[in-house]
Design a protein around this ligand. Structure first.
Ligand SMILES: [Zn+2]
Ligand SMILES: [Zn+2]
Length: 385
């Protein structure tokens, strides 16, 4: 079969010391420290051969993730931007939905013809992190499209335990294809869900929500805030196209932070109270933290989801005076993230369709990756005709 394979040179940065595990497994824990000069190209690769407990899937849709963009792009020294774990070469693509073609003899619940959304984080299920309910922190994690074969291919194999049925979503939308494209948004939205409702413990109906950054994670946070009964949602983003999508997803106020003082906008919208929950999905902590620290409502919670390697300036005293909390989170598995988002989608209670702003056929997957670098889209979706 044909697949989009990403490759790069194994060339640890001067001053970066490889761990023994990195050297022997050739899996870089922080890819941005090790992989240089990325190349994405079509290659002919063997079809996957599913194990006894795996299913063979025909991919139907796969979103382009910010992390894919961060592997596609490189910095001034030629190193890829993505700081997560990567083993190259690897078929990329992980935000996918698919149709079950064949099931192995040990597969219990899935049947040929089922439509599924897939988790992208292959946690081991056996280690202490997995067994205490922290699967996103599994130290043995393999990531679909980064260290395990991804979905920019016509076929992929997966264990049943990483798949969720989306037959009901396709039925409700009256179209397999549409169901699969909307279903492929569950993964990024689940990252927002995991941060807001699992890690930070959620927000009560009637809360004021502020979202910094309106890429897919921030847009997911807006949609979930709406579904959870936010009184107001205030969103900040520098790209005009994304501000427009934020409004369509339910933001009451969507502003360019360069045209305003975000903490003043939040105080004004909330009658002086401040934000009960603040989501950082901009990866711009240097700019957002000084505003966030002035925006907390009493007992307010900040959810940190955007990533940056830089130290952020923040006056931690606000955690005392406002009894505020900063919660961090990575990933989208466990905590009921996938099934609960699917329940909302299947019942028409989470309208995320406006997030998909560009659709491209699988034959143009390289074009889709390139399109994502302009950062004007809510989500670039690749579909498989
Ligand atoms: Zn992703
Ligand atoms: Zn584990």
């Amino acid at each position: 079969m044909n697949a989009v394979v990403m490759n790069a040179e194994w060339s640890p940065r001067p001053g970066y010391t490889l761990s023994e595990r990195e050297r022997t497994s050739r899996k870089a824990t922080m890819a941005s420290q090790v992989y240089q000069r990325p190349v994405f190209r079509w290659e002919s690769v063997p079809d996957p051969t599913p194990a006894r407990d795996e299913v063979l899937l025909a991919v139907k849709a796969c979103g382009v993730c910010g992390s894919d963009t961060h592997c596609y792009e490189s910095d001034d020294e030629g190193y890829i931007l993505f700081s997560g774990p990567v083993r190259m070469p690897c078929i990329c693509g992980h935000e996918y939905t698919a149709k079950v073609l064949e099931v192995g003899p040990d597969v219990r619940f899935l049947r040929p013809g089922d439509l599924v959304a897939a988790e992208g984080m292959l946690n081991c299920g056996v280690c202490e992190a997995c067994r205490i309910g922290r699967p996103n922190q599994c130290p043995h994690l393999e990531m679909v499209g980064f260290s395990a074969p991804g979905a920019y291919a016509s076929l992929i194999a997966s264990k049943e335990r990483f798949l969720w049925k989306i037959n009901g979503l396709a039925e409700r939308l009256g179209s397999e294809q549409l169901g699969c494209e909307i279903g492929a948004l569950v993964e990024p939205i689940a990252c927002s869900y995991n941060g807001m409702f699992v890690s930070a413990g959620g927000m009560a109906p009637g809360s004021h929500l502020a979202v910094f950054g309106c890429g897919p994670i921030g847009l997911g946070a807006i949609a979930l805030g709406r579904a959870a009964g936010a009184a107001t949602i205030c969103a900040f983003e520098t790209v005009p196209e994304r501000l427009e999508v934020a409004r369509r997803m339910g933001a009451d106020l969507a502003l360019d932070p360069r045209d305003c003082r975000p903490h003043e906008a939040i105080r004004e919208l909330t009658g002086g109270w401040g934000a009960d929950m603040l989501v950082e999905a901009a990866g711009a902590a240097m700019q957002t933290m000084p505003e966030i620290e002035k925006s907390f409502a009493p007992g307010g919670k900040m959810v940190y989801l955007g990533r940056t390697g830089l130290r952020a300036p923040v006056l931690l005293d606000v955690l005392v005076t406002q009894a505020a909390t900063i919660a961090g989170a990575r990933g989208h598995v466990g905590g009921g993230c996938f099934p609960k988002i699917l329940r909302l989608m299947e019942r028409g209670k989470l309208d995320v369709a406006p997030m998909i702003t560009t659709r491209m056929p699988f034959a143009d997957a390289l074009g889709a990756l390139h399109k994502s670098t302009d950062r004007t889209d809510g989500k670039v979706m690749v579909y498989y005709p």
